[in-house]
Unconditional design. Structure first.
Ligand code: NAD
Length: 259
């Protein structure tokens, strides 16, 4: 393909998704940003992406609403002519013991972290199949491979994302489309900042102790993973030399799941 490629990155108004969206724009791809914020709150990010000489748009499509996911894909196809790359990245977390876990949090986590990737994949695959090229990257987690207590919905959703990734990869393996999951360890984003207080409460320990004894205790490197490191892997998976990498769940976790 010689024309400019186009990517949708869900949940890219913040954190990991924003880092990946910026890396894609820097390498010359048009990008559709997405998140729950109002467009005016994201305008500085959208404009920064366009400073790389690409077109960037923003859609506040709600990943809990399948019709809005299909609408997002139509909007991107109208704006850019095609959708070549999708990063299913939107995600939320809630930390609580299972017997106190709120039903609405369970439903929201399954919808945003898992079902949205199903609906998005369904919406973009016909176009990718017709063009014979596509890249789908699902943001799973180390919690897609191993569990921690008090995160039942998140761990269930992320294990589901890994299963979805494998199944779709097999369906499209001969069509020039790869489907992979990235499994990050802890990254310092708002999603992690917010759960430190909840984890402290659930475990009855201080917030400093959560960072030291829970989060970084899981990572042998004793360092947080960075958004740049994740964006580097996403860019590689989007390249043509990554054509044989499909159906994988790739840990970027400082050695967490090696233990
Ligand atoms: P973040 O809180 O910084 O960003 C979450 C993004 O999702 C935001 O852009 C937000 O607007 C969007 N979002 C939330 N609800 C949405 C909805 N209903 N519709 C559309 N967008 C919605 O979080 P992050 O840490 O950057 O997480 C991004 C992804 O990486 C998530 O899937 C998360 O599970 C995964 N992840 C994060 C970590 C970590 O340590 N931060 C580790 C492993 C995996």
């Amino acid at each position: 393909m010689t024309e400019r490629r186009t990517a949708i990155v869900t949940g890219s108004s913040s954190g990991i998704g924003l880092g990946i969206a910026e890396a894609l724009a820097r390498t010359g791809m048009n990008v559709m940003l997405n998140g729950i914020e109002r467009p005016e709150e994201i305008e500085n990010h959208r404009a920064r992406l366009e400073s790389y000489g690409v077109t960037a748009r923003y859609s506040p499509a709600d990943m809990t609403v399948p019709a809005e996911i299909h609408g997002l894909v139509e909007q991107a196809a109208d704006a850019f002519g095609a959708v070549d790359i999708v990063v299913n990245n939107a995600g939320i977390q809630h930390v609580a013991p299972i017997d106190e876990f709120p039903d609405d949090k369970w439903n929201a986590i399954i919808a945003i972290n898992l079902s949205a990737a199903f609906h998005m994949t369904k919406a973009v695959l016909p176009g990718m199949k017709s063009r014979g090229w596509g890249r789908i990257i699902n943001m799973a987690s180390a919690h897609g491979l191993v569990a921690s207590p008090y995160k039942a919905a998140y761990v269930a959703a992320k294990h589901g994302v890994v299963g979805l990734t494998k199944s779709v990869a097999l369906e499209v393996a001969e069509l020039g489309i790869t489907v992979n999951a990235i499994c990050p360890g802890y990254v310092q984003t708002p999603l992690v900042q917010d759960q430190i207080a909840d984890t402290a409460k659930a475990r009855g320990i201080s917030e400093d102790a959560v960072v030291r004894d829970v989060l970084l205790a899981a990572q042998p490197t004793k360092s947080f993973v960075t958004t740049d490191q994740l964006a580097g892997l996403a860019l590689f998976l989007c390249s043509d030399v990554a054509a044989s990498i499909t159906g994988t769940a790739l840990p970027v976790d400082g050695g967490w799941v090696a233990q």
